[in-house]
Design a protein around this ligand. Structure first.
Ligand code: HSE
Length: 435
């Protein structure tokens, strides 16, 4: 009889319950895929959930006890809390305890890896502890497996994609169903996609955590969350999405990491016929460009109980096969070009007074900075179905311009008397390839 891999689960929220279901519902199927059977040995959660069937595993409210339990070989950590710092501290304590106790550790916690990973993963490596975090990035999409195994022969040049399911769900609902931002976010929360604190999703923090992890795995430099440039989707409105569509684009929230450049997450205009532009709803999509393979694309559900459990149980099976993920050896960080050095096209939505001469002044500023206009949309109040309006949006698609130049242009245009508010600015995807 092979020795079972005994699992202690910490956290019984949406994801934890998904793990329990997956382990119990198809135990025979899982049994066929690894030499050691996976057994749910113990479950711990701050909040008891008596309605959740645990297959006979004892329940406790003390997650720390899993560290010392002699019938637990690997701890699965799916702790969620509206207090992100408290959740991070609890997972950090568990991982440190697992390393000391010689137990494996599997987590869905991207903040743990992105914020504390340099020290903790080094300690795990030294101790020979298996740490799996496939579920921390892009939910059920095996992107970490792709980077560390399938593409291991490649020098990764860049990767880019949608890594927050909630933001993608919101942008899709706004574009397709005309839903408001708040209604779309509430639905994402109801479906279990959003973080316990959903500002992490809509402000790009969750995506930044994931991008920091991907950049580390792709380029081998230390994890550097603080080095990621971050913008979320709050400034995007339905009008931007409609104008972008008129110009032949979709609006997506992207993470982009290029070797030698500052990783960045921000909204992007993507050509409507690009593959990533067609990835809607809670789905994530990451395109990875390797020097030998060229471009590869990974698409699938980026959040939700079952997809996240799929990634967690895959890590458990790796440990049961004694073939855990190969993490890059720590390397020195190379010099990186800051986002100010980025050059790309821009979409600008300028709220302008409905009076003569404003557009001419805007065009003069762009011209003075050496930036050409590719397309313009401006409609008066009547064309927009309004009786009268104090202001009209001037929408401009520029040719490629440096980030720093564009910041100066935006400041100059916002300083015009005829411009009545903040300019909406969205970068156009610049990463090339086959997207
Ligand atoms: N809140 C995350 C998302 C869950 O929406 O993508 C998966 O990390």
């Amino acid at each position: 009889m092979p020795t079972p891999l005994r699992v202690g689960l910490a956290g019984l929220g949406t994801v934890g319950q998904g793990v329990v279901r997956l382990l119990l519902e198809d135990a025979a199927g899982l049994r066929a895929r690894a030499p050691r059977p996976l057994v749910l040995s113990r479950v711990a959660s701050r909040t008891p959930r008596p309605h959740v069937a645990l297959g006979g595993a004892p329940f406790s409210t003390d997650a720390r006890a899993l560290i010392d339990a002699d019938d637990v070989d690997v701890i699965v950590e799916t702790i969620a809390s509206t207090d992100a710092d408290a959740a991070l501290a609890a997972s950090k304590e568990l991982l440190a305890g697992a390393i000391d106790a010689g137990k494996g550790f599997v987590t869905a916690n991207k903040a743990l890896i992105a914020r504390e990973g340099n020290a903790l993963l080094a300690a795990a490596r030294n101790a020979g502890t298996h740490v799996g975090f496939e579920a921390a990035v892009a939910g059920g999409v095996p992107i970490i497996n792709a980077l560390t195994q399938g593409l291991a022969a490649n020098r990764i040049e860049w990767l880019a994609g949608i890594v927050n399911g909630t933001s993608n769900h919101i942008l899709t609902a706004m574009a397709q169903d005309g839903q408001s931002f708040d209604a779309a976010l509430a639905e994402a929360q109801r479906l279990g996609y959003a973080e316990a604190d959903p500002t992490f999703d809509v402000e790009g923090i969750d995506a930044a955590h994931k991008l920091a992890i991907l950049a580390h795995l792709a380029f081998g430099a230390p994890l550097d969350l603080a080095g990621v440039y971050v913008e979320g989707i709050r400034a995007i409105d339905a009008e931007d999405i409609a104008y972008a569509r008129e110009l032949g684009f979709r609006v997506k929230h992207l993470g982009v990491a290029r070797r030698g450049a500052q990783p960045r997450v921000h909204p992007c205009l993507l050509p409507e016929d690009s593959l990533i532009a067609k990835v809607d709803g809670v789905s994530n999509a990451v395109q990875v460009h390797g020097h030998a393979v060229g471009s590869t694309l990974y698409v699938g559900p980026g959040a939700g109980a079952a997809p996240t459990a799929s990634a967690i149980v895959a890590n458990l099976l790796e440990i049961a096969r004694a073939a855990p993920m190969a993490l890059p050896a720590p390397a020195q960080a190379g010099a990186t070009a800051p986002i100010g050095a980025l050059t790309c096209q821009h979409y600008l939505k300028i709220p302008a007074a409905d009076e003569p001469g404003v557009f001419a002044q805007v065009a003069e500023i762009l011209s003075r900075h050496g930036v050409s206009i590719e397309s313009v949309i401006q409609r008066g109040a009547a064309a927009r179905g309004e009786a009268a309006s104090q202001w009209v949006p001037i929408v401009i698609l520029t040719n490629a311009a440096a980030e720093a130049e564009m910041r100066a242009i935006v400041a100059a245009i916002e300083g015009l008397d005829g411009v009545t508010g903040r300019i909406g600015r969205i970068r156009v995807a610049d990463f090339g390839g086959t997207v």
